[in-house]
Write a protein that binds this ligand. Structure first.
Ligand SMILES: Cc1cc2nc3c(=O)[nH]c(=O)nc-3n(C[C@H](O)[C@H](O)[C@H](O)COP(=O)(O)OP(=O)(O)OC[C@H]3O[C@@H](n4cnc5c(N)ncnc54)[C@H](O)[C@@H]3O)c2cc1C
Length: 447
């Protein structure tokens, strides 16, 4: 009788510290070690007792800057290679499993969620902070660091702001060549950072700048990009589930980029909620070399002309929006909405039908091909609630719908619905609000 030969046990390795990488973040590695194998020195860096380490990898996973790694002795490496060889040569291992394993190994190199912090003349785009809020959720789900990428000239203050909005690390490229956004310069900066740190996810705002940069970076990195996402989550394999309207907005599609990294998405302003700012938050700022010189960039910015083209109202940033649709029946009737907006301190928006009819300018359009809004109160007047309109306003805090058709889909997303003729309801509402306001100011004067 021959005894079965047991295969050698897979070595687990020992944790070790990479030189000059530790940022003394506060002993996170020490606190997760289950066998007390880590002590901190006076500089706040870990000293690992290899004789105690059991190779559980917990400290490696928790390190926000990948300063810890698993090390193997030559003998252990030989066993690992042997095991890998026997696994791939074993006839019973299906080919797909080997392919899947190779893919997983390739993707595992990428770690961390990044948010690109957009700025113009040093002013941050609010969407970047919104994305840090979502990025934090994704990073927690992946148990990985959340980092911000800040690029510009004299923009260190944005790095500190990014930390306040949740970034644990900031990669800062600060140089005059990055003062104005130019595709080539920014693309080279982002790609250099990706080559150095290999993040698994990169989020950018779906603004003019973000759309341009995300597209060129994804092309250079030969990876996937999903534009205008309205929902983001992550599965247990680390695949980003990127949800966005598709086929003219008639369905919501969830897209994954499961074979390439980093996974890239753009998200429009106001789609994600704004996270709270914590002035006491701490994080690490890494000053990165700028991989491009002015001479290498062929595009020069000669003058910046601010848009004075009549876009005097920013509906995307308004707290109260009163929108009108085809049910308004004509341009002149929007005066009624303007009056209500003035009483509430809000602005007037529109459905695409109203814009196409020339009743309102295009910058007031709410929806898939217009703006995404997230006001405190959204009042939809004579708007049916087509999916292309809903994707632009359904995350408003409170939705009030006025429509004479009780079956109108807008009522499905409304917190309060008024079934009736808007030409009677709106003047009554405005009159009531005016009376309330007058009574309040009278009462405060009297007291
Ligand atoms: C690719 C694509 C992108 C699009 N992007 C957008 C977009 O960004 N934004 C957008 O809005 N649409 C967009 N659309 C168009 C969208 O599909 C709808 O056609 C549009 O939203 C309908 O506008 P509406 O609700 O004003 O008009 P309608 O659908 O005609 O609805 C009018 C409503 O007014 C009500 N009504 C009429 N008279 C009164 C009255 N006196 N009192 C009370 N209620 C009354 C009616 O009951 C009806 O419900 C897009 C379409 C496509 C294909």
């Amino acid at each position: 009788m021959t005894e079965a030969v047991k295969p050698p046990k897979k070595p687990r390795g020992k944790a070790s510290l990479l030189e000059d990488k530790c940022i003394a973040c506060g002993a996170r590695c020490q606190s997760v070690c289950p066998v007390d194998a880590i002590q901190m020195n006076d500089a706040g860096e870990p000293i690992i007792d290899a004789s105690r380490c059991i190779g559980c990898v917990k400290c490696v996973k928790v390190c926000p800057v990948q300063a810890l790694q698993m090390s193997f002795t030559p003998e252990e490496l030989r066993i690992l290679e042997e095991l890998a060889g026997s696994a791939s040569s074993a006839a019973e291992v299906p080919e797909e499993d080997a392919e899947e394993a190779a893919l997983r190994k390739r993707l595992a190199v990428y770690r961390g969620v990044w948010v690109f912090i957009e700025q113009t003349e040093g002013e941050p785009a609010k969407v970047s902070w919104e994305l840090l809020g979502k990025g934090k959720e994704l990073a927690l789900a992946r148990d990985c660091p959340l980092a911000a990428v800040v690029m510009g000239d004299d923009v260190e203050k944005l790095a500190h702001q990014a930390i306040g909005y949740g970034a644990g690390q900031v990669y800062l490229m600060d140089a005059p060549v990055l003062r104005h956004y130019r595709t080539e310069a920014y693309q080279r900066g982002v790609c250099a950072l990706v080559a150095k740190y290999r993040p698994e996810v990169i989020l950018m705002g779906a603004t003019g700048l973000g759309r341009d940069l995300a597209g060129v970076v994804a092309t250079k990195l030969a990876t996937g990009l999903t534009a205008d996402c309205t929902g983001l989550s992550i599965d247990d394999k680390g695949n980003l589930l990127q949800t966005r309207p598709a086929f003219g907005g008639n369905i919501m599609a969830t897209i994954v980029c499961d074979k390439f990294r980093p996974q890239m998405s753009t998200v429009r302003p106001h789609v994600m909620p704004m996270p709270a700012f914590d002035p006491a938050a701490t994080g690490a700022i890494f000053s990165e070399a700028v991989p491009v010189t002015e001479e290498e960039i062929h595009v020069k910015v000669l003058q910046i002309l601010m848009d004075g083209g009549g876009a005097d109202v920013d509906i995307a940033g308004a707290d109260f929006i009163i929108s009108g649709g085809r049910g308004m029946m004509g341009k002149e009737n929007f005066a009624m909405l303007q009056e209500l907006a003035e009483v509430l301190g809000g602005v007037v928006g529109a459905s695409r039908s109203a814009v196409d009819a020339g009743w309102m300018p295009p910058d007031r359009q709410v929806g898939q091909t217009g703006k995404t809004v997230r006001p405190k109160v959204y009042i939809a007047c004579g708007i049916s609630g087509a999916i292309q309109h809903l994707v632009g306003m359904q995350d408003s805090d409170v939705v009030i719908a006025i429509n004479r058709d009780p079956e109108a889909p807008i009522f499905q997303v409304a917190n309060y619905g008024i079934v009736g003729d808007l030409f009677r309801v709106i003047p009554a509402l405005t009159g009531k609000l005016k009376a309330l306001k007058a009574a309040r100011s009278g009462a405060s004067k009297a007291s």
